[in-house]
Structures are given as structure tokens and as C-alpha cells.
Design a protein around this ligand. Sequence first.
Ligand code: DAH
Length: 337
Amino acid sequence: MYNIEFIEEECIADVNSCKNSQDINAIRVKYLGKNGKLTTVLKSLKDIPPSERPEAGRYINDARIRIENKINTVESIIAMSEKEKRILEEQLDVTLSKKSNRQGGLNPISIIINDLIDIFLSLGFGVEDGPEIEFEYFNFSALNIPSDHPSRDSSDTFYISKNRLLRTQTSAVQVHVMKLQEPPIRIICPGKVYRPDDDATHSPMFHQIEGLLIDRNISLYDLKEILEAFAKAFFSPKTKIRFRPSYFPFTEPSVEVDLSCPKCGGNGCKLCKNTGWLELLGAGIVHPLVLEECNIDIRYSGLAFGIGVERAAMVKFGIHDMRLLFDNDIRILRQFR
Ligand code: DAH
């Protein structure tokens, strides 16, 4: 009657072959939906003689109930197995080993500063700090730098106001320390300094470590001994240093300190331009006018030195462009770990 058996058989075959909840939904629509096959048959009941309707209606309705039951049963089986599958997929295996070791690290400049601090601590120096925004007095005048000295020009110094500036050298900290502490004094001061230069070997911000030792009978001999100990510890035990006469307003005598080339050992190579030596830092015996300005007792004398941290890093690692240290290129920075 009305092909009901045929529709029911077809529906059961469809239900048996369905694989997921989308398939079963489609089957429900196909047979029981608004225009579904069974719904259409039910709708056509109105076209048959009224006397036959009750029996025909019962017959179709029984088929509908069987089809509905079949669809519901299979639907709940499928829903259960899909849920199990989802739970399995979402499971975390906490015993899996991690994929890569992406640990952060210190910037090479910080590594070098820490190394330098360690070396000077082992030589009996303490560590001091000072302001990066400095009075012109501490950065220049107290260090015996004349008022017409070119380093005071606005082309060489970042001024904040007439007498305030970004310190151009950590030597300014010498003055603070000498004014506050009684000799003997034995300190280093690592920190940032600023100058309006920007090229492969200069950066507007760079780092220095100032060293200051005030005691009785300090001479160039002490300076050489300390700097040699530092150079051997920082570069290699074979390293030699040499002094060349130089000039700084705050030291007398002043020296430029060279290092035997770490690459060729002093034989001459491209790095040292075949001289066997590399320029490393400035140093000297603290000028009597600076000691006087800082109220240091006349019985004391002192030595001072200023290490350029980037310069030391470039020499140590054989880097030619300082900007590599500041560029945040992780491929470069990783190599210094
Ligand atoms: N302040 C100097 C500079 O920035 C470096 C320096 C030279 C520091 C000689 C010193 C020194 O303490 O004695 O170039």
C-alpha cells in the first residue's frame, strides 16, 4: 500500500549505511522532513475515500514509528561513538617530550659586563652606580675639561638643558664617588653613556666601565699591573698590553692601552692591520686638579681607566659592526650564549 514497504526498506538500508551524524540527519530529512518521502504519503491520505482512511492512516503511522525508532537508535549509537572519538583526540599526553629548547638568553653586552664585573671583583674592586642624566659639572667641569673643549659641543653631547645632559662618559661617576667616599677607594662603574654618533663602530648609546683607584703612592706601574691582570683574564692568559702616551684632561700622564691582537697573537693579521696590536682603552694617573676638586687629601694619588664595553666585545668576538650587538637578530645573539 502506497509503496510503504518499499519506502521502509529503502530507509532501513540508508540508515544501515550511514557513517556519521550528518548522514543520519540527512536521512531523517529525506523520510520524515516536511517534504520527506513518508510525510508526502501521509499528506496524500486526504485523497483516499474516507472509509479507507483510518486503516490506511494506522498502517502508515505504524511504519513511521518503526522508521523513527530505527533512526533514533542508530543516531544515539553514532553520537556515542563520535563523543568517544572526540575525547580520545582531545587527550593530552603529558609524558610527551617537548619539541624544542627555546630558552631566552642574555644579550652579549650584558654577558660581557657581567664577565668584566666578575674580573674586577676578583681584583678587589667594588661596583658603583651613577646617574645617566648628569650635570655638566660632573661630566665635564669637575673632570678638568675646559669650557671650550670640543667634547662639550652640542654636536658631541646630548643636552637636556643648559647644564643638564646625558652623560658622555662614566668618568662622571668618579667625581660622585670621590666626593662621597674617603680613600682608599677601589671601584668600577659599569653603565650606559650617550653621544650623537651612529655608524658601524659608534652607537648613540653604548656602555663603558669606569675604574678608579685612590690610595697612597699610586703609580703607572699599578695601572699596568691591574690592566694586564684584567686583559689576561678577559681575553687570554697570553695577552700582553702596552701603554702609548695620550691625553685626557682628567689624567696626567694619560695613556692609550693597546692589547696584543687576540687573533694572531701579535704576529700581524687583517684584524690588527698587521700591527700586532689593537687599541683597547684610555687610562692614566688622576689629575691633581681633579683630586683637589673632589676634596681628596693631598697624601693620596689615584689611577683611572675607562673600558668601552662594545669595543671589548668586538675585539673579543672579532665583530666588525657594532650594530650587530643592538639589532636583536636572534640568529646572531644566540651565538654568544
Ligand atoms: N672617559 C674616557 C672616554 O670616554 C675614557 C677614559 C680615559 C676614562 C682615561 C678614564 C681615563 O678614567 O683615565 O673616552
